[in-house]
Design a protein around this ligand. Structure first.
Ligand code: NZQ
Ligand code: ZN
Length: 388
């Protein structure tokens, strides 16, 4: 186990009915708020009315930027920064999925920064401060509700890049699982894949002697697997939605389940290049790419893949080599993704081989990626080709 330094400052208000606490929480951060939300789901569900009524009851003046795109765009973030500055906004409130929240985080760190917010995403600057941010989560997936990461797409340059900072952690996040009842099946699938791959990125690690962390990762994976199909079969299954919500939050909240372990994260970089050009959902891209990454790298630490197969998928190892067990676990992963409705090939989502070189080059823009196996441009291109 490596030494580590862990801090997670986000307060979580979890459970049915917690939405009612929003007004009180928000009032602690000032009297002018910028409300950010997506393409309209919160208006259809009545959440928008509830949120704005709570804010106004507390005398909070509300400015708005709606229409945040899935794969949120830099242009929207820049517009929101301008509105915030022009109106002296003191607090940012995101209501929605990862896209609305990530855009709001970029605004929170962008407002006090004198340069262009994109500087953070291309490693030209580090955030030194932020406006306070609160969130109401409506989709279990990214973990952004309890982490300091934001992923933004610069559509003009076809670049999708992530940035992480302690300043970007939300002050509070309201996690009411009933707000996810209306999430459609394809987004439930995307979220399920996303949270599972967040665990994979931490679990497939070369760091030795981490038994607790490995079991915590395995527990999150098993809990996701046990609940995803129930949520798909019955979208208003509270227990399934609540368990998925908690799993999504634990899967990526600053590394709580994997303290002292070196994560990999190559597959996320590989996927972001695809979304940045073809605008496909992040979870869909991961469902296609991740099992191919697994096949490409498993020999680096075959026992970890065998352990995954046995503990998470209950593969019976009797009479099998470690390699056979490991491959059975990878196949079980692919089969599960298929069962919950994910595609398995880039060609199914309109992605061909024409940009493989461009995407592979961009994925390694700052050097080789991954730590389980360091990948250079040719390795990344090969994983794209395996995914076609
Ligand atoms: O835009 P609206 O109308 O709200 O509809 C959204 C959107 O179409 C809809 N939706 C959300 N909640 C709903 C709902 N529809 C009905 N009922 C509800 N309760 O779902 C669609 C997808 O929403 P989005 O926010 O894009 O999904 P998600 O939460 O999966 O976020 C994806 C983004 O997060 C980034 C991804 O790359 C992608 O850009 N990620 C962020 C991370 C982070 N900050 O830590 C880590 C991840 O690895 C990921 O990269
Ligand atoms: Zn992800």
């Amino acid at each position: 186990m490596n030494n580590f330094d862990f801090q997670n400052p986000t307060r979580i208000l979890f459970g049915e009915g917690t939405l009612a606490k929003l007004g009180q929480e928000a009032a602690a951060y000032g009297s002018k708020v910028l409300l950010m939300y997506g393409g309209g789901s919160i208006k259809r569900t009545g959440l928008y009315d509830n949120v704005t009524a709570q804010l106004r009851e507390r005398g909070i003046e509300v400015f708005e930027v709606g229409g945040v795109e899935p794969n949120p765009r830099l242009s929207t973030v820049r517009k929101a920064i301008e509105i915030s500055r022009a109106n002296g906004v003191q607090f940012i409130l995101a209501v929605g999925g990862g896209s609305a929240i990530d855009a709001a985080k970029a605004v929170a760190i962008g407002v006090p920064y004198e340069g262009d917010v994109w500087d953070f995403f291309v490693q030209k600057a580090q955030a030194k401060s932020a406006l306070p941010l609160g969130t109401v989560l409506t989709l279990s997936a990214t973990g952004t509700e309890m982490n300091g990461n934001t992923v933004i797409t610069n559509w003009e340059e076809n670049l999708k890049k992530g940035y992480g900072s302690l300043h970007a952690y939300p002050k509070f996040s309201i996690l009411d699982p009933t707000l996810t009842y209306t999430v459609p099946a394809d987004q439930t699938m995307n979220g399920t894949v996303d949270m599972m791959t967040h665990v994979f990125e931490q679990y497939f690690s070369l760091t030795p002697d981490t038994p607790l962390q490995e079991r915590m990762c395995e527990s999150v994976l098993q809990t996701v697997i046990e609940n995803a199909e129930s949520a798909l079969a019955n979208p208003e299954d509270y227990v399934a939605r609540a368990n998925l919500m908690l799993c999504g939050t634990y899967a990526l909240n600053g590394g709580f389940i994997s303290v002292g372990m070196r994560g990999d994260w190559a597959s996320h970089g590989i996927e972001h290049e695809v979304s940045g050009i073809y605008d496909i959902p992040h979870g869909t891209g991961l469902a296609i790419i991740y099992p191919n990454w697994m096949k490409y790298v498993y020999r680096e630490r075959i026992e970890r893949f065998a352990q995954y197969a046995v503990r998470v998928w209950k593969v019976n190892p009797d009479g099998k080599t470690d390699e056979e067990v490991a491959l059975a676990g990878i196949q079980a992963t692919r089969d599960f993704f298929t069962r919950i409705g994910a595609p398995s090939k880039l060609s199914e989502v309109g992605v061909g081989d024409e940009k493989i070189d461009v995407m592979a080059a961009e994925a390694v823009r700052f050097g080789p990626i991954g730590s389980f196996k360091k990948l250079n441009k040719d390795d990344v291109a090969e994983i794209y080709r395996m995914s076609l």
